[in-house]
Design a protein around this ligand. Structure first.
Ligand SMILES: [Zn+2]
Length: 395
């Protein structure tokens, strides 16, 4: 029955950043895919947050895609995947320009999301949890922006040999002494591609000829860690390195064999501080499903840390789509268990640095009534860079 075979939809994820599990064709125009997800070093904390695949043979059809495998565990608590019930995946007909689906259906037993895509003339569609951001894209961006204002160093290697970059953005003609120092980190967790888009927005602005950016570079040194888990990003991972270690836990232990990424980056931060240099503000960017917030060691850090958190929160809320009606959160209400410290907690506890973590939602943001788009992320990043420099100067 050759004609029928020709009608088959095919699914593949054999490309940079791609990842999808078993596929079942339900009907001519309907497939069911299973998200692989990943678990940690002990087989715990299974997280099914990332999928990115292409679907071929869609021309002229409205295809139905069921996405399952959403059950998991977070911070040692099992869940049935219903936290993903409002997922609005993104799709693209050219693997470049992405948009979120406008609606999805939530189905149970087992938990799954159902989406429909009208393909029109295109015969291939790419589908992902949110607009992907690959290692190659970052590499191309850094090549593009290379110049006196942006310097990059390789400060370590991932287990698969990919570079761990540390970027410096500044005006080399103005002496570093007397400048404020802002440290910014993105994409500790490989599924959180939205944070890379935000970082791209920040970098494009900071390295630009814009007079406002040039003025910032005279007063502020930006130290930026753009991609702490390049292996995870390349394989379409979730939040763990190759050995299963969460890149935003373990900062208090950082074993060089098991988590060389954390070990190398932590050494850079320590060296900087041990040389008597300041970190006026440190921020790590993350994605979560359905909430925006900023957290820090508000109690322990005292007035300066609280005031800075309030300033960043207020300005982001005023100038961007950041939607966080409840205000800054306390990150150290309890002492983290051994091996569970995040980078911001570690910096607060070990070095007394004003350090924060920001979560940015991937689902529909009530303030803009849509999942943040690539353009939304880029303009967020640009404002964020300014706000961090302002906060560093002010407090
Ligand atoms: Zn994260």
């Amino acid at each position: 029955m050759l004609p029928l075979l020709l009608l088959a939809l095919t699914v593949s994820a054999d490309f940079e950043g791609g990842n999808i599990g078993p596929v079942e064709q339900v009907a001519d125009d309907h497939v069911r895919v299973h998200v692989n997800g990943e678990s940690d070093q002990d087989g715990r904390n299974h997280q099914p947050s990332w999928f990115y695949f292409q679907l071929d043979g869609v021309k002229g059809r409205t295809v139905t895609v069921d996405i399952g495998g959403l059950e998991g565990e977070y911070n040692y608590r099992k869940h049935d995947g219903s936290g993903l019930r409002n997922t609005l995946p993104s799709y693209s007909f050219d693997n470049q320009r992405w948009r979120a689906v406008e609606t999805s259906e939530w189905l149970t037993d087992p938990s799954r999301i159902r989406i429909r895509i009208e393909a029109g003339d295109a015969d291939r569609v790419w589908i992902a949890r949110q607009p992907p951001y690959t290692f190659s894209r970052l590499e191309a961006l850094l090549d593009d922006l290379a110049g006196p204002a942006l310097r990059r160093e390789i400060v370590g290697r991932s287990p698969q040999g990919r570079p761990l970059w540390l970027l410096s953005v500044t005006d080399p003609a103005a002496p570093d002494e007397g400048k404020k120092t802002v440290w910014l980190m993105a994409r500790q967790h490989s599924w959180e591609s939205g944070t890379s888009w935000a970082l791209e927005g920040a970098l494009r602005f900071l390295a630009s000829d814009d007079p406002e950016a040039a003025a910032l570079r005279r007063t502020t040194l930006f130290r930026i860690i753009p991609m702490p888990d390049p292996d995870g990003v390349a394989r379409g991972g979730v939040r763990f390195n190759r050995s299963g270690y969460d890149i935003n836990r373990n900062w208090d232990t950082a074993n060089p064999e098991k988590m060389p990424e954390i070990f190398a980056l932590r050494a850079q931060i320590r060296q900087w501080l041990d040389a008597g240099r300041a970190i006026d503000v440190f921020l790590t960017l993350h994605n979560t499903e359905r909430v925006d917030y900023i957290q820090g060691g508000l109690e322990r850090g005292g007035d300066r840390v609280r005031s800075m958190a309030a300033y960043i929160w207020e300005e982001l809320s005023r100038r961007t789509h950041f939607h966080s009606p409840e205000g800054p959160r306390e990150s150290l209400a309890q002492q983290p268990d051994p091996g569970r410290q995040t980078v911001d907690q570690w910096l607060t506890l070990e070095r007394g640095v004003p350090a924060y973590l920001i979560e940015l939602m991937v689902d529909r943001n009530p303030k803009i009534a849509r999942p943040p788009s690539v353009e939304d992320r880029l303009s967020f990043g640009r404002e964020l860079a300014k706000i961090l420099a302002e906060a560093a100067a002010k407090y």
